[in-house]
Design a protein around this ligand. Structure first.
Ligand SMILES: Cc1cc2nc3c(=O)[nH]c(=O)nc-3n(C[C@H](O)[C@H](O)[C@H](O)COP(=O)(O)OP(=O)(O)OC[C@H]3O[C@@H](n4cnc5c(N)ncnc54)[C@H](O)[C@@H]3O)c2cc1C
Length: 489
């Protein structure tokens, strides 16, 4: 095999690794990204799925983080309108937790930091807001404000697609096993047996960032705090497309958000853990989230109502703060130039990954001798060229009427303006190939295999889509059988 030297070797195919690969490839760098499992297989598919400034971070005076995240929110709703949509949040008032004036001031500030935003501004609850207040046990006092909802795993994959279309090599199911500095280059051994060389290394291993530094033989004074966050899913708690932000007696907040037509997601918790592999929900977290719902909603739930869960570990930069909920949510980029450059990423958010990538390339510009220009600020994500969603959706249904309302809506959201390429030559249901249940057909599964790096049935059913949640055990098994025997195009 001919030895290739990459400009940049990126470890980790979460949102941060993929966003850096995109910005780097668009700047003409020769990029290799290695992901040991699936793209977004760890934290980046386990978020609350909000594109938000983080209202509660105002309490910790993280004004810069909130302002930056709100700027990104505005960019992202325009750049990926198929997989990101605005969401109205109802914030019921809880005087015992936070006084009225404090919340009102916080929301003014949130709107102000959002600048010239396209999302609706905050306001108090008023007469006629029955759809917002009826599901609640007490009171019609409170507020309404805006943020946005995202398909976090698909946003990660869209970053990878854009990177690959601009020359990046994206390899999944391959771990970086070790790497050492060798003169001006990094020499890295991959789990597929390859040895590759690169002019710079990016450690975007998320919760594994510190373990990775040890593997690279690099001493760093920085540390990560691993904080687990879990979500539960229950049958829909209320009608309507709005979400709730519920204040808890411990001053934490818990979100209740419409999820996957017919369900509500509830999260999150904040539990310090020792290892990235501890991302598993426990009974106390389920009880905490059920209590949070039962304290506020007329509809009452028990752990028996939980239909699914997910947990992720936040890799937060250890800034010495004592409480898990108070550790900075901002990211820290650490550049080590004791030889060929190593950039390590600590923390971050789905919302700010693009901005993080821009800063990362800014830091790597000197060591790589790169004339860096940000290329992603106004760049539309693959599939994002849809204009107004209702018009696009209507066009999808008119072009492929056999998809039916539900499937047309789901596929329009998932693939946006890439849909004509996915549906190339398909004119009727028979052309969709084998049907696996929940609207999933062979055409779509093959697209995930050949265009979106899906390697396992779970990649397809739980990350490229959430269709696995709507299939029976028998359907999932039949799909897995087909997958094992199907060759990607
Ligand atoms: C509960 C929870 C809720 C959140 N909610 C939100 C939210 O609503 N909005 C928001 O903006 N942010 C949110 N976040 C934050 C956001 O999800 C994370 O900051 C972000 O996903 C981190 O991405 P990452 O790429 O750094 O890490 P990851 O997504 O964990 O990616 C790291 C990758 O590195 C890979 N890797 C590790 N070691 C190796 C190796 N040796 N070789 C190859 N690959 C390797 C892993 O397999 C993994 O895929 C939330 C986080 C949590 C935990």
């Amino acid at each position: 095999m001919t030895a290739v030297t990459y400009d940049l070797l990126i470890i980790g195919g979460g949102i941060n690794g993929c966003a850096i690969a995109r910005e780097a490839a668009l700047n003409g760098l020769k990029v290799l990204l290695v992901e040991k499992g699936d793209l977004a297989g760890a934290t980046s598919s386990a978020s609350t799925k909000l594109i938000h400034g983080g209202l509660r971070y105002l309490e910790y005076y993280e004004f810069k983080l909130v302002a930056e995240a709100l700027r990104e929110r505005e960019r992202l709703v325009k750049a990926a309108p198929h997989i990101i949509h605005p969401l109205r949040f109802v914030l019921p008032h809880e005087n015992a937790v936070r006084p009225w004036w404090m919340v009102r001031l916080g929301l003014y500030l949130y709107d102000f930091l959002g600048g010239r935003m396209t999302l609706a501004r905050s306001r108090g609850l008023r007469k006629g807001d029955d759809a917002y207040t009826d599901p609640l046990k007490a009171g019609d006092r409170g507020f309404v404000y805006s943020d946005a909802f995202v398909d976090d795993s698909r946003l990660t994959v869209l970053n990878a697609i854009d990177a690959a279309e601009n020359g990046a090599e994206i390899v999944t199911g391959v771990a970086l096993e070790s790497a050492r500095r060798d003169g001006d280059l990094w020499a890295a051994t991959l789990s597929d047996g390859r040895t590759v060389t690169a002019r710079a290394l990016v450690n975007a291993a998320g919760p594994w960032v510190h373990q990775m530094l040890a593997k690279l033989g690099v001493n760093s004074a920085s540390n990560v705090r691993l904080v687990k966050g879990s979500h539960i899913v229950v049958p829909r708690l209320y009608d309507g497309e709005h979400a709730y932000i519920l204040q808890q007696p411990d001053r934490r907040i818990v979100f209740a958000i419409p999820y996957q037509d017919g369900s509500t997601e509830i999260g999150t918790t904040d539990v310090p853990v020792n290892a990235p592999e501890d991302a598993v929900i426990d009974a106390d977290e389920i009880a905490y989230l059920c209590d949070a719902v039962n304290r506020h909603f007329k509809a009452q739930i028990t752990p028996a109502d939980v239909t699914s869960t997910w947990s992720g570990v936040r890799p937060l930069y250890d800034d010495g703060a004592s409480e898990a909920k108070a550790v900075t949510r901002d990211y820290v980029l650490e550049l080590d130039t004791n030889g060929p450059a190593l950039l390590s990423i600590f923390g971050g958010k789905i919302t700010t990954a693009r901005h993080l990538a821009e800063e990362a390339l800014g830091k790597l510009a000197a060591p790589l001798d790169l004339d860096f220009h940000p290329r992603t600020r106004a760049r539309v994500f693959p599939g994002g060229a849809i204009g107004d969603f209702p018009t696009f959706r209507a066009k999808v249904l008119a072009t492929w009427p056999f998809l039916g309302e539900t499937r047309a809506d789901r596929m329009a959201r998932a693939y946006g303006s890439l849909l004509p390429a996915l549906m190339d030559g398909v004119t009727d249901e028979a052309g969709m190939g084998r049907a696996f249940g929940a609207g999933l057909t062979e055409v779509e599964a093959r697209w995930m295999q050949s265009r979106e790096w899906a390697r396992t049935p779970e990649d397809a059913l739980m990350r490229r889509s959430k269709l696995g949640l709507h299939m029976t055990d028998a359907e999932r098994e039949a799909f897995a059988d087909w997958w094992e025997n199907a060759d990607a195009d």
